[in-house]
Write a protein that binds this ligand. Structure first.
Ligand code: NAP
Length: 235
């Protein structure tokens, strides 16, 4: 799996694990950040990659990233945000922001990097969805909708681009210990843990291993799929 790989949200918990794992696989990794520049630069320094700013909601930022990176063989749409609250208590502005980052952001990046993949008839796209995109979560309605959208996007794009030699898949993580879940109290975490059949929380490396597999030649006949990494929480 040699070649350029670009990981949006590479400065986050799962993003960091993705960047480190893909570098182990021989990729030259572009560690993208939106605001966490120092963290991205540290990761890039460790793995011989490059940190670049990429706000997935900003067309100018996406365009600049394409100019810097050029052809990327692997695009991982990982950037994401979440917000917890009853659907009608969250503002339309928050709702729009979640869709902008999680779904439209992935579409923006894909639209920008896809033409060169099509021209070269090779490429791999991995979208990081969520188990809530598969089954829906109470108090995370906007988030669930955005992640369900990513699954639909993955399936449709896989059909459209397969004739061009491009594979598109999803990884659908369960409850992974990162900053995103730091809002939960110890009591809440214990209740959630009891709902996980394997009895432990996921780690970022679990998601990274699944993505590395989907990006590898071992997955050369796999496209349009959703690979769940959730300890059995959603089957
Ligand atoms: P995290 O640690 O909070 O990281 C989120 C990442 O998204 C950060 O790198 C952040 O960049 C980036 N980001 C936010 N807004 C952005 C924007 N406008 N443009 C570009 N990047 C932006 O979260 P995580 O747990 O690693 O989550 C990574 C992905 O996995 C997300 O899509 C999330 O929905 C998904 N996921 C997570 C879990 C979980 O339990 N943790 C479960 C299922 C799915 P900066 O810090 O540089 O701003």
């Amino acid at each position: 799996m040699l070649g350029n790989a670009i990981v949006t949200g590479g400065s986050g918990g799962i993003g960091e694990a993705l960047c480190r794992r893909l570098a182990e696989e021989g990729c030259h990794v572009f560690v993208c950040y939106s605001s966490s520049r120092e963290r991205a630069e540290k990761i890039a320094g460790d793995i011989g990659g490059k940190a670049i700013r990429l706000d997935v909601t900003d067309p100018e930022s996406v365009r600049a990233a394409v100019e810097t990176v050029g052809f990327c063989k692997l695009l991982v749409n990982n950037a994401g945000i979440s917000e917890i609250g009853l659907f009608d208590s969250l503002s339309a502005e928050i709702s729009r922001r979640i869709m902008d980052v999680n779904l439209t952001g992935a579409m923006n990046c894909t639209r920008a990097f896809l033409p060169e993949m099509i021209r070269r008839k090779t490429g791999c796209i991995i979208n990081i969805s969520s188990m809530w995109g598969q089954v829906g979560a109470s108090c995370e309605v906007d988030y669930s909708a955005s992640k369900a959208g990513l699954i639909g996007f993955t399936k449709a794009l896989a059909k459209e681009t397969a004739p061009s030699g491009i594979r598109v898949n999803c990884v659908s993580p369960g409850f992974i210990m990162t900053e995103m879940n730091s809002r939960f109290s110890a009591e809440d975490l214990e209740l959630i843990r009891q709902d996980i059949p394997l009895g432990i929380f996921g780690e970022p490396r679990h998601v990274a291993d699944a993505a590395a597999f989907l990006a590898s030649e071992r997955a050369e006949y796999i496209t349009g799929q959703v690979l769940a990494v959730n300890g059995g929480m959603v089957i």
